[in-house]
Ligand binder design. Sequence first.
Ligand SMILES: Cc1cc2nc3c(=O)[nH]c(=O)nc-3n(C[C@H](O)[C@H](O)[C@H](O)COP(=O)(O)OP(=O)(O)OC[C@H]3O[C@@H](n4cnc5c(N)ncnc54)[C@H](O)[C@@H]3O)c2cc1C
Length: 444
Amino acid sequence: MTATERTRVVVVGAGFAGLNVVASLRGAPVDVTLVDQRNYHTFQPLLYQVATAALDAGDVAHQVRDVLRTNLNARFVLGRVVGIDLDARHVALADGDQLPYDHLVVAPGAVYHDFGIPGVREHAYVLKSAAEALALRAHVLKRFEEAARDPDAVDAGLLNVVIVGAGPTGVEMAGALVELFEHGMRSDFPELDVGRARVILLEALDTVMPPYTEATRAYVGKVLRARGVDVRLGAVVEEVTEDRVRLKDGSEIAYGTLVWAAGVRAHPLAEALGVELGRSGRVPVADDLSLPERPGVWIAGDLAGPVGAPPLDGGEGAYPQVAQVAIQQGKHVAYGIRAHLAGHPSRPFRYADRGQMAIVGRSAGVAELSPAWGGFRFTGLLGWLAWLFVHLIYLPGHQNRLRAFLGWAWEWVTYDRHARLILEPIDRDLDRAGPPPPRGTLGA
Ligand SMILES: Cc1cc2nc3c(=O)[nH]c(=O)nc-3n(C[C@H](O)[C@H](O)[C@H](O)COP(=O)(O)OP(=O)(O)OC[C@H]3O[C@@H](n4cnc5c(N)ncnc54)[C@H](O)[C@@H]3O)c2cc1C
């Protein structure tokens, strides 16, 4: 780099961590390149609302270029990073392009972990992107259409939704699905006995929502069961076939839709860093979030592993893989880069834990504030309102916030989950002129 050239910062991933790195470098004397495989940031905590027809995909996804509009030192590159050359100091994109860097922030998040269980990858839906949430929504709605034509198939489990994993994602999904069935599907399908549609929540441990206090877990279990979710604890999945989940105890559950929410592991891009990885493939980092012995390389968000921090997840000293950690780490990495430019030493990262929250369904939320925030615990309507408020604050984009708020208000008043659309990848046979259909099939 010559004296007149500016420092090049490449940020991989426009998630919670990556976006906060870029925002916190606003005005710094650097040229930032943010690269993501999608042109939008996904607000993952609300994806289940897209999958259950409460929100539209556009409400929870925000185009990155819009976020960068006021960041004059940042540009966006749409591309998938497939390699990182730490010696040559560039990242490689799937299309063959390379992005050279002086500082690199690796923040591609996590991917779902199937723990090597046969059939999960092929048959289960996951919630990770807006596209996947739409595919899951389409699948559930199509199952109802199929059942309307062939009600006997309901006996074979066509309307069973099996959710594996009773952490916050599985619990929120289960709670929202029973509401969709009760208030959306019941009126859409008068010809069907919608009461036979089941939501079965499987958890290998002996409790729902493991990271929460016992009182909260008891509340969540009670509300889910009262609303009709079939909660099965100690249920260890061993194999998945096209239409059945087989458990360790030998029993089988027929399903029409399978949702995998049983855990994540770090993004496989971690392997490109050539370091020994921690539990769940996470990258061990120095206490300032830099990659040890690789000056100018930083790790943030779900990918970052042990940081010499207290063992908050009961494990090896890594922080929990949640949005607050990613946001704070993104900001911290930006300060680290600024410190480096100014010739100052970097500071260790300290997570300011504010607590955790989730909702089980209409008017039923749980919020546990951290001791630093008073240690208060809310359940029910108060927890639900706290959840709404916090999610509205953090959802990026004024329009998204307004749309989400209006969507929730509409649903609150009418019980209507408005986005009950089966949107699928394009079908070339549907909207384009093609060969004429066989005689007698049109207007016959
Ligand atoms: C369904 C779901 C619900 C959740 N609910 C909550 C919740 O209620 N509260 C909470 O605190 N946390 C929740 N989380 C966790 C939270 O979303 C994550 O901890 C957070 O998103 C991590 O931020 P990140 O920046 O590390 O990664 P992400 O936000 O996942 O962003 C990673 C980005 O990298 C991009 N990327 C990935 N690979 C590549 C590549 N090869 N090339 C280019 N770009 C790439 C992705 O497209 C993505 O934009 C939830 C997660 C999920 C999946």
